[in-house]
Design a protein around this ligand. Structure first.
Ligand SMILES: [Zn+2]
Length: 480
């Protein structure tokens, strides 16, 4: 067993050397001060940033080198800890964010899907949960959600614990145009208020830039498009949907490259906004005592397994998400054990000294971050509709619910999930099925703790947005 932290680049090593130098100087200073007064450290602030559909392997801190789209995120990551192997609990936004907020699996919170008949209804989050925002609010924090997603909305229980729940320009297409700038402007204004508010804060920011449509503002939109490309891919969600979500339709390589180029442009546009936010943290003097986490609700597929845009599969391109933490007292580094979205709430609570929710299933990563304990090595789980997946610490991954039957992949040898080992290794399939059963039983037992809320009818604006984002189609979208 090696040390829990693996330093991978010179920059991190240099930071480590500088921090050791800083520690040495601090030690000298404390000796020179004969009776140092040690005031209690103020409670740290928290900013939890979720970027919708931002898959990990398209980011610099996760080894993406084809385009340098994340200079600000990479700089941030060099000051924090990169969890290399984190998966979201679900393949799409609503159940995934519900898990992030409540610390429990989708089968425990049961906020899973909308029903589309003559009207559109969506599952609501039970008010019986102890959400991460409630835990921070009860501990004396000022709490705010600043959102560019309207499918995670206050009318369905998601605003539990937030003093402010600000969905910005909900009538616009939330993933289009200058969405990230608008959200960052609102976040900056809120941070300026917090500077003199006299209490610590917990902020949740939900960006939509990397969700389709891929229409970043210029100069980003045109930056990576292939010169002379004459195919149909423009970044418009419905165009990709209409042209390619048909059985047997396989896009040309140039079309896939075009979609990836436009996605990378969105990543770079978001990164610029993230950089602006990080600069404001420094200029307001808040940086040193603020924990910042960057994550996503799910990834995005570019036909690696025959599909794109929609997140109904549980292959790694859809569930491998970033999880990067910068926190006071946490040394930069990288951690490679498996973690999951529901670990984020208990980790933040422990780092800030705030009580965790009684039902939370996630495991706190605070001890390994602070170097006071080992990594907790356990299986991780995700679901989408009838599909279920579990990954054991060895990297063996079982996928159930596909019409073709069980699938087993060895992620260490086959990270692209190309070779199904289920027929060759039935004993491993059975072992992982057993783990999946244990997890399912745990989730189902927990579900009884939370009274089911009534489904809520979506507003006309929400239906319009769901149509524009491609979640809904057919008659309900016509004439909108
Ligand atoms: Zn999403």
């Amino acid at each position: 067993m090696g040390p829990p932290f693996r330093y991978k680049n010179d920059e991190v090593c240099m930071l480590r050397s500088l921090s050791l130098l800083g520690l040495a100087l601090a030690a000298v200073a404390s000796v020179l001060m004969l009776s140092p007064a040690r005031a209690a450290a103020p409670a740290p602030n928290v900013i939890l940033i979720l970027v919708d559909a931002m898959r990990a392997d398209k980011l610099g801190p996760y080894g993406y080198t084809a385009r340098a789209t994340t200079p600000n995120l990479s700089r941030f990551a060099s000051r924090g800890v990169v969890f290399e192997n984190t998966i979201s609990q679900a393949g799409w936004t609503v159940p995934s964010v519900a898990s992030l907020f409540t610390g429990v699996d989708p089968q425990a919170h049961r906020v899973l899907r909308y029903q589309q008949t003559s009207r559109v209804e969506m599952d609501a989050l039970s008010l019986g949960h102890q959400t991460i925002a409630e835990q921070f609010k009860n501990a004396g924090y000022s709490t705010a959600a600043i959102m560019k997603s309207i499918v995670v909305d206050s009318g369905r229980g998601f605003s539990q614990g937030f003093d402010t729940f600000n969905v910005i320009n909900p009538k616009q297409n939330q993933a289009d145009g200058d969405s990230g700038r608008e959200l960052t402007d609102a976040a900056v204004a809120w941070l300026e208020q917090q500077k003199t508010a006299g209490k610590p804060f917990f902020g949740y920011l939900h960006y939509m830039d990397t969700h389709s449509p891929y229409k970043a503002p210029e100069p980003y939109y045109s930056k990576y498009r292939a010169p002379g490309y004459a195919g149909p891919v423009s970044g418009a969600h419905m165009q990709i949907e209409n042209d390619y979500k048909k059985p047997g339709v396989v896009p040309a390589a140039a079309d896939i490259q075009q979609a990836l180029a436009l996605y990378d442009s969105e990543v770079e546009y978001w990164d610029a906004q993230f950089g602006r936010l990080m600069q404001v943290l420094v200029s307001t003097g808040l940086d040193a005592n603020t924990i910042v986490v960057v994550t996503a609700d799910h990834g995005e597929a570019f036909w690696e397994h025959g599909t794109n845009v929609f997140h109904e599969h549980l292959y790694q391109e859809n569930i491998h998400i970033p999880f990067i933490v910068k926190a006071p007292g946490v040394k930069p580094g990288r951690l490679s054990h498996w973690t999951q979205s529901i670990d984020i709430a208990p980790t933040l609570a422990d780092l800030a000294g705030v009580p965790k929710g009684a039902h939370w299933q996630g495991r706190s990563q605070a001890a390994v971050l602070k170097g006071t304990g080992p990594a907790t090595v356990l299986p991780v789980y995700a679901e989408y509709s009838e599909r279920r997946t579990i990954i054991e610490p060895s990297g063996m991954k079982l996928l159930l619910g596909d019409p073709s039957g069980p699938m087993l992949f060895d992620l260490k040898k086959d990270p692209g999930e190309k070779t199904n080992l289920a027929a060759a290794q039935p004993d491993v399939v059975n072992r992982l099925k057993g783990l999946l059963e244990v997890r399912s039983s745990e989730g189902k037992a927990l579900a009884a703790s939370f009274p089911m809320e009534e489904k809520n009818e979506m507003s006309p604006e929400q239906v319009q947005q769901l149509c524009a984002l491609g979640y809904l189609s057919g008659a309900v979208c016509e004439g909108k």
